[in-house]
Design a protein around this ligand. Structure first.
Ligand code: AMP
Length: 610
């Protein structure tokens, strides 16, 4: 996924642009401390008129010492009243002096709804700059990338309008719809097999189908493949598994299937599609072979790597990618969020378990809150609590972090977030000049994730409670539960293991457990429900009832692994294969959610735009 550097032609210019990008990285990492100081002072002087800074008592100061002394360290919930005012149409400079151009809807949620991150027009340029560094870095390791195309499966999602009229949409939708992406100049590094129209088509079936069709038509030209997250790429391959015969028919005849009704998509694809029976025979032959091992390199023989994020929860997809890609390198290029784009991977061919991101000191002002995480069976860290003065003092600057230490990331952005806790836990793995590099460890509290959904312990607890209430009428109750994200099939789905206190479970009708599954889904956050309803990236939730005594066995197992009996708490999510095996070996019955939960674009109360 790349951005929009200047128009290029010829090897010399490519090389010159690459060198310029690499010199930029060198410069900002050598001068990381100085750059960070300048960034903070710039943010604060530009924001001097903002109500939020005045309220905190900054009084126009732009120095780091005063900033650290007076500014609160906050979470989204602290900002919610200000965000609400902006969403309702208050255009006064509340968080920053520049006008808020739109809201970016984070996949992180608060109160069940996506978080709304304010952004400004200028931030788009900053994001685009980070994108423009990725290929120059990559080209140091893989030659010839300017001689072919990238087959990237990129998608937009629906957007909504706030009551005050601001657009609210995911950060990548915002980027793909911007002129930085749509009107990018002719550039070998942003030469994709997917025409813009196929990426910008809101209908996920038509978008996926047409992108695959275009990718197959140009199969010899493809030198790299990818998607943003591993889950999206796997979905594309599974889609191919279901629809290859239709796709082959289109390739053979040079016509587009009638299910593709979007006229702009049809027109864009028809420019690329010519009848090609030979290619259709080839694709048909490969896809109809029993095994799909190495299907990527078989269909796109010049592919050099798969560009997808496989760090964090996405690491669950590495085995599938290795299978389809026949061990092609998996490349994680960047670490970013709706709040801010953070950094890039300077050693992109490293193994997925060694990926580290160098935070770019120009993107935002970064601080770090040290965390200590006991060795646990899941990555679970307690709820964010307000920091007291002593803890506030503990926030560490970018250049002062220590090798091996874990930190929670805190950002101050040009778009009006000040000392904002992102919720990600990072570990310092090394340094590029004076800029630290970080392994992504986990998202705080998140227990379950299949795609971009992030379900935390509290949400899961509430959802399970709502559902389990339905058992009471049968004299049954829930004794214990845990969960895991089952990604063995696509789409993956949430599994809950339930141990019940009941005389005779067979007296409870199947439909009651199915209703429980549905209630859990209805109670989960809007990103989960969107994944179920609109993106179809998450399958129906499953409850597996386990034999009595199973959770005692789980505890015994944890104790043998070194857990302390005094501190033992049932993990609300299990990831360790032997534990999942243990739980599965005790299942007496299982039930799936019979229908999709409710979901509409935007926050509950807003009108939708699409
Ligand atoms: P969103 O706000 O929806 O854009 O999601 C941003 C979050 O996605 C980050 O705060 C991380 O938790 C996660 N994320 C983004 N990039 C990466 C990455 N390269 N590796 C692991 N997690 C990532």
């Amino acid at each position: 996924m790349q951005g929009a550097p200047k128009a290029l032609s010829g090897d010399g210019i490519v090389m010159e642009t690459n060198n310029k990008a690499l010199r930029f990285i060198e410069d900002v990492t050598v001068n990381a401390g100085k750059v960070q100081k300048r960034v903070l002072s710039e943010i604060l002087s530009r924001g001097a008129g903002a109500e939020y800074l005045r309220r905190n008592g900054l009084n126009g100061c732009t120095d780091r010492e005063t900033f650290k002394k007076v500014m609160l360290v906050v979470t989204y919930d602290d900002l919610r009243p200000d965000i609400k005012r902006i969403a309702n149409g208050d255009t006064s400079p509340i968080l920053c002096s520049q006008p808020i151009s739109e809201f970016l809807t984070s996949s992180g949620t608060s109160g069940g709804e996506r978080k709304l991150m304010p952004t400004t027009d200028e931030e788009l340029g900053r994001r685009s700059l980070l994108y423009s560094l990725l290929m120059p870095v990559m080209s140091q390791f893989v030659p010839g990338l300017d001689k072919g195309k990238g087959m990237y499966f990129l998608f937009v999602k629906s957007e909504a309008k706030t009551p005050g009229g601001l657009v609210a949409r995911p950060v990548l939708t915002s980027y793909y719809k911007s002129s930085y992406f749509k009107d990018r100049p002719n550039d070998p590094y942003t030469n994709y097999t997917s025409p813009n129209e196929t990426i910008l088509c809101l209908d996920s079936y038509q978008s996926m189908y047409s992108q695959l069709l275009c990718g197959l038509c140009q199969n010899e030209e493809v030198v790299r493949v990818g998607a943003v997250f591993a889950s999206g790429f796997i979905r594309a391959i599974q889609f191919l598994g279901k629809h290859w015969s239709l796709l082959c028919r289109d390739i053979r005849t040079g016509t587009i299937d009638s299910k593709i009704t979007d006229p702009t998509v049809r027109e864009a694809v028809s420019k690329l599609l010519k009848p090609n029976p030979e290619l259709a025979d080839f694709v048909e032959l490969e896809c109809s072979k029993g095994s799909w091992k190495g299907i990527i390199t078989r269909l796109w023989p010049n592919t050099k790597y798969i560009d997808v994020i496989v760090t964090g929860t996405m690491s669950q997809y590495i085995p599938a990618l290795d299978y389809y890609g026949d061990a092609l390198p998996l490349v994680c290029t960047m670490y970013a969020s709706s709040e801010c784009f953070f950094g890039i991977n300077l050693d992109p061919l490293c193994s997925p378990s060694d990926v580290s991101y160098t935070l770019l000191p120009t993107m935002a002002y970064f601080e770090f809150l040290p965390v200590s995480r006991k060795h646990e069976l899941t990555c679970s860290i307690s709820e964010p609590t307000a920091l007291n003065d002593a803890e506030k003092q503990k926030l560490i600057d970018l250049v002062d972090v220590e090798l091996g230490q874990e930190y929670e990331l805190v950002v101050t952005t040009y778009a009006g977030l000040y000392r904002y806790r992102v919720g990600d836990i990072l570990r310092v793995s090394g340094f590029k000049n004076n800029a630290p590099q970080f392994n992504f460890i986990c998202r705080k509290n998140v227990v379950l994730s299949i795609d971009s959904d992030k379900t935390d312990e509290v949400e899961l607890q509430n959802a399970v409670k709502n559902a389990a209430n339905q058992l009471m009428q049968f004299g049954a109750s829930l004794v214990e539960y845990t969960s895991y994200a089952d990604t063995s099939a696509t789409p993956g789905h949430y599994v809950l293991f339930w141990e019940l206190n009941v005389q005779d479970a067979t007296l409870i009708p199947r439909s009651v457990f199915e209703d429980c599954c549905f209630t859990v889904e209805e109670s989960l956050n809007s990103v989960y429900r969107q994944g179920r309803v609109s993106d179809k990236s998450i399958g129906p939730l499953e409850i597996r009832v386990v034999e009595n005594g199973t959770f005692d066995m789980l505890m015994d197992f944890a104790l043998t692994q070194g857990a302390s009996i005094n501190q033992y708490k049932t993990p609300r999510c299990v990831k360790y294969a032997p534990i999942i095996e243990l739980m599965n070996s005790r299942v007496v019955s299982s039930y799936f959610s019979p229908k999709c939960p409710r979901w509409t674009p935007g926050h509950n109360q807003w009108c939708t735009q699409n």
